[in-house]
Design a protein around this ligand. Structure first.
Ligand SMILES: [Zn+2]
Ligand SMILES: [Zn+2]
Length: 126
């Protein structure tokens, strides 16, 4: 018995996100998954991405000036930051955190969180 088309498409989408090693846009998920699931459409990608968000299998990543990206929830829960290549528009995870940001706050302020966005050119783009 061949698996249902829907199952093949869902698996291809999950695998695209799992194997990327960096946050992906819906367009990138579509391009990667379409190789494994011919006939895949963007509407299906959006539907499956929303289900994976509901299931907390993936988490949204917001990078200034870009549409939402998605990464595995298991990656998202470990504090990290992102780098956007201005040449190819890909976004990568970066290790480490500058930390010590509480020092920037005026007296009496409480820090609840922070985001740090890096950008430039990736190694492929030189
Ligand atoms: Zn690049
Ligand atoms: Zn940080």
């Amino acid at each position: 018995m061949t698996p249902r088309r829907d199952t093949v498409q869902q698996r291809a989408i999950r695998q695209a996100i799992e194997s990327a090693g960096r946050p992906l846009s819906v367009q990138e998920i579509f391009e990667t998954a379409a190789d494994e699931a011919p006939g895949l459409g963007m509407r299906t990608v959006y539907r499956v991405v929303n289900r994976l968000l509901d299931d907390e299998f993936i988490a949204p990543v917001s990078v200034p000036g870009m549409a939402d990206l998605y990464e595995l929830a298991s990656v998202a829960e470990k504090h990290h930051h992102h780098f956007r290549c201005e040449s190819c528009d890909r976004v990568f995870d970066v290790d480490g955190c500058p930390g010590g940001l509480k020092r920037m706050l005026p007296d009496g302020f409480t820090l609840a969180g922070h985001e740090v966005s890096l950008w430039g050119r990736c190694a492929d783009c030189g």
